[in-house]
Design a protein around this ligand. Structure first.
Ligand code: HPA
Length: 252
């Protein structure tokens, strides 16, 4: 770790789908980048981005820089969250691609989830292994969710609707779910499916970091196209839109 303190920024944006293709200079000026070695292994690099007008925000791409280097099941959440905490961030706003389970949802829609079903099983890295039970509380931070929701009003997302709540189910991966698994998860109340938010949300809470997510619907979950043409949206425009929304949320 460098001797000097990093720039002060309260919020860190975790980029998911297509974040590895982002040109950060479209959003601000990168003033510093750090890559920490942590007790849990190397963390993803963190950039400090000075936004027009002076605010500074952190940015880190979970799945790699320049290209896809690790898919959702292989993200080192403990290293990433440990680094975020060590570097002084107090809030995480993340985006992540998801499959639509709820039939009212369409590819391109943007969901601000309010609940989570953790359907992972083998992720032993789900806590920092302290002796005490992690603190309880709302799954997602209500204030940050409200900021993302408000930001959605200020950014053009005409290709998809904004949806103010929903249940995210996190599956183990790395394989996609079967149609029967998705039917089971639909019956359990899940609206969207991804492989990212658990244990990221739990680790953030354990460290006292506020956390909220913006889910971009990249595809219909297995067996849920229901007569609609199968679509997959993983291109650079996904990252650009989600980054614009979360930068707007930080500036509110
Ligand atoms: N399943 C799991 N994770 C995902 C999906 C999906 O359909 N789409 C994007 N992430």
């Amino acid at each position: 770790m460098n001797e000097t303190a990093p720039p002060d920024a309260a919020a860190l944006i975790y980029g998911g789908t297509a974040a590895y293709w982002l040109d950060l200079t479209e959003f601000g000026r990168v003033v510093e980048t750090r890559t920490l070695d942590t007790p849990y292994g190397p963390a993803a690099p963190i950039d400090w981005l000075a936004l027009p007008g002076g605010a500074v925000v952190g940015f880190s791409s979970r799945h790699g820089v320049g290209t896809l280097q690790r898919s959702a099941g292989f993200v080192n959440h403990r290293a990433n969250l440990w680094a975020a905490h060590r570097l002084g961030f107090r809030a995480i706003l993340s985006w992540n691609g998801v499959g639509a389970i709820n039939p009212v949802l369409t590819v391109g829609d943007l969901v601000v989830p309010d609940e989570l079903i953790d359907w992972t099983g083998g992720r032993r890295a789900g806590t920092f292994e302290r002796w005490r039970q992690p603190p309880a509380g709302p799954t997602f931070d209500p204030g940050l969710r409200a900021a993302i929701w408000q930001a959605l009003e200020t950014v053009d997302h005409s290709a998809g609707r904004a949806v103010p709540g929903g249940v995210y189910v996190c599956t183990e991966g790395p394989r996609l779910e079967t149609a029967a698994e998705i039917a089971l998860l639909a019956a359990a109340g899940a609206d969207v499916v991804g492989m990212t938010l658990a244990p990221e949300v739990w680790l953030a809470r354990e460290l006292g970091l506020r956390y909220a997510s913006l889910c971009y619907i990249t595809n219909y979950a297995t067996g849920r196209a229901r007569g609609r043409a199968p679509r997959r949206e993983f291109g650079p425009a996904v990252g650009q839109l989600c980054m614009a929304v979360l930068v707007a949320a930080v500036r509110l």
